[in-house]
Write a protein of this length. Structure first.
Length: 130
């Protein structure tokens, strides 16, 4: 597997702290594109976050899907009971699920290093005088 293209869009630096640093799309072997990979800032430096979706549960009254931590149904206003979910390794409830993710540690490291390299290049090109 090889990465044939990485498209990078730096996030607005005026956005609230803790927001993404950049978003990117990665093309693999000129055949598969993964959109919405985020570069986020952590205490250990920038890292990638794969695309994810919010986990949802259904309202017992109208069966509309709602975010797991919603207090009231978006459709009928019924008060929702909190649904206990699986916990991650630190005991926090899983509120998001990956849409796409690497299967092996080596693949994650490869993808991550290529994306972060492109992020640093993009940042450097933006700050370089013309």
């Amino acid at each position: 597997m090889r990465i044939t293209e990485i498209r990078m869009a730096l996030a607005d630096p005026n956005e609230e702290k803790g927001g993404p640093l950049a978003y990117c799309s990665v093309t693999f072997d000129d055949a598969l594109v993964v959109h919405d990979i985020k570069i986020i800032n952590t205490p250990r430096g920038p890292m990638i976050a794969m695309p994810s979706r919010k986990m949802q549960g259904r309202c017992s009254k109208c069966s509309t899907k709602n975010h797991l931590r919603a207090r009231f149904c978006n459709q009928c206003g019924q008060e929702l009971r909190l649904i206990s979910t699986e916990a991650d390794g630190q005991g926090s409830p899983l509120l998001y699920a990956d849409v796409v993710h690497p299967v092996t540690v080596e693949t994650r490291a490869f993808i991550s290093s290529e994306i972060l390299k492109k992020y640093e290049e993009t940042k450097a090109n933006l700050t370089r005088p013309r």
